[in-house]
Design a protein around this ligand. Structure first.
Ligand SMILES: NC(=O)c1ccc[n+]([C@@H]2O[C@H](COP(=O)([O-])OP(=O)(O)OC[C@H]3O[C@@H](n4cnc5c(N)ncnc54)[C@H](O)[C@@H]3O)[C@@H](O)[C@H]2O)c1
Length: 456
């Protein structure tokens, strides 16, 4: 375990003045329920990236009685424009560091019944948050091009990490994050929350225990791009006063500001993300890895089946996803764009499928729906709350539901699919060496240069 954390935990555990030593500005009663948890048992957290998902994660961690949120960080101060984007789905909240800090302070004030709480710092630069010795864990929910840098720096500082999917922008970044997590012995949870779903655990156990015979084909049908690209003659816009654009771009190539480059829609810019292949594919492909029992490895072949990319404009990721991966055990995985999003597993003796946003399983034979996995059969990791699971593992130092190797191996397949579609090729992949064995060109796409001064 990291020396710094041992020092803080040991100090808090062993000193009679533990409560006084707790590095907060306020009395513990202001923490409401969290105030009833001994300081030595509290997990202190900082949030890097408090847009849509970061704020959502933050609310989930605020609900944990033994978590205390000490800081948030975002190059967005607060944006009304940004808020409109999410208005319907996200209670009309504005995002950015100031609204996020207010959510924390209002929450603790409400829980204390005092009407007043101060003590959530709001940073522009994540390095200031990571530098704080009193923060045990971070949640990273920035655009994907930042995940690896933030995760590696957090690991080196001994912080446990909840990192949103897709874990990285490139395969090389994923391996570097996995190595850092191992080197610094930190707990890591990838934000693929279907790993903490009873429904998906059941489906994977059905497949793993041979109820559909031998797995032959898995289909991950992902939705098309859900935002309209700006016209191809788009013009740069002035950088809004609420945004530190340099800190948003970071390691990505410099590019003029346009609102559709940044908030939420970064998903469709290949400098920042892998499009729906990594955005939606990261969830479904992760479930295929789980069902196929290939969490620590990957396919041996990847083939473009007709992926399409825009020829110009601001959005540069695939507009039509279609690729196939083949595993050494003979199973194949097809990922494609399709309006009705489903995950489907076909075996030699049956099939099972579920729409991605409902729990209505359809299958053959019908009896699969009520099948019981016996005590001597394969039972997969059980977690029913992804955020709670992370906090529990911080305390036990145990393995999370979606540890770093799992996150890396799943997103690797998304990246492989993007590379195969980009090169319009069928490629051989060595999942041990993590190299293509038949294409130098494809190997050049395993990593990307970072804009100075940023590096892994
Ligand atoms: N698990 C899920 O179901 C799920 C759902 C949605 C999003 N996500 C993931 O969460 C991540 C964020 O997506 P989003 O939809 O919230 O996007 P978003 O644009 O709403 O939020 C990203 C935030 O990160 C901030 N940011 C940019 N650079 C930063 C930096 N250097 N330091 C700190 N903050 C920085 C942005 O300003 C923005 O506020 C993505 O990786 C996405 O794939 C996961």
């Amino acid at each position: 375990m990291n020396g710094k954390r041992i020092d803080r935990r040991m100090f808090l555990k062993t000193t009679a003045a533990g409560a006084l030593a707790f590095p907060m500005i306020v009395r513990s009663s202001a923490l409401g329920k969290a105030g009833t948890v001994a300081p030595s048992e509290r997990v202190t957290m900082g949030f890097i990236g408090v847009g849509g998902m970061g704020t959502n994660n933050m609310r989930a961690f605020l609900a944990q009685p033994d978590v205390q949120v000490l800081a948030v960080c975002d190059p967005v101060r607060a944006s009304e424009e940004y808020g409109h984007w999410y208005k319907k789905g996200w209670n009309g909240a504005w995002f950015g560091r100031e609204p996020a800090a207010r959510i924390v302070e209002d929450d603790y004030a409400h829980k204390a019944g005092s009407g007043q709480y101060k003590g959530c710092a709001a940073y522009v630069d994540f390095r200031d948050l990571i530098a704080r010795d009193d923060i045990d864990a971070v949640c990273i929910a920035t655009p994907d091009h930042w995940h690896a840098i933030c995760a590696i720096q957090a690991a080196a500082a001994g912080k446990d990490i909840y990192c949103e999917k897709p874990m990285t922008l490139t395969i090389a970044e994923g391996r570097a994050v996995a190595e850092a997590v191992r080197q610094y012995h930190v707990v890591f949870q990838t934000g693929t929350q279907r790993r903490s779903s009873q429904l998906y655990r059941f489906i994977c156990e059905v497949v793993r225990n041979g109820r559909i015979g031998k797995l032959q084909r898995a289909l991950v049908a992902i939705g098309p791009n859900n935002k309209q690209a700006p016209p191809s003659d788009w013009k740069p816009m002035p950088v809004p006063e609420w945004l530190d654009y340099e800190m948003w771009l970071g390691p990505a190539p410099w590019a003029p500001y346009h609102k559709d480059r940044c908030l939420y829609t970064f998903r469709f810019g290949a400098d920042y993300s892998g499009g729906q292949t990594t955005n939606l594919g990261a969830h479904g492909i992760d479930i295929v890895q789980w069902a196929n029992g290939t969490d620590d490895t990957g396919p041996v072949e990847i083939e473009d089946l007709g992926g399409e990319f825009p020829t110009d404009g601001l959005f540069t990721t695939a507009t039509k996803v279609h690729f196939r991966a083949r595993y050494a055990n003979g199973a194949e995985l097809v990922c494609r764009t399709q309006e009705d999003e489903i995950y489907r597993f076909e075996g030699t003796e049956g099939w099972i499928q579920v729409p991605t946003y409902s729990d209505e399983i359809t299958c053959q034979p019908e009896s699969l729906k009520t099948t019981v996995i016996g005590p001597d059969e394969i039972h997969l990791y059980e977690s029913n709350d992804h955020h709670r699971n992370f906090v529990d593992c911080i305390k036990t130092r145990g393995q999370t539901a979606a540890p770093v190797e799992v996150g890396h191996r799943s997103v690797t397949i998304c990246h492989l699919g993007n590379i195969a579609m980009q090169l319009k090729s069928k490629l051989r992949w060595d999942p041990v060496a993590e190299l293509f064995t038949d294409s130098h060109e494809a190997n050049t796409l395993l990593s990307r240069a970072m804009r100075s001064p940023w590096h892994l």
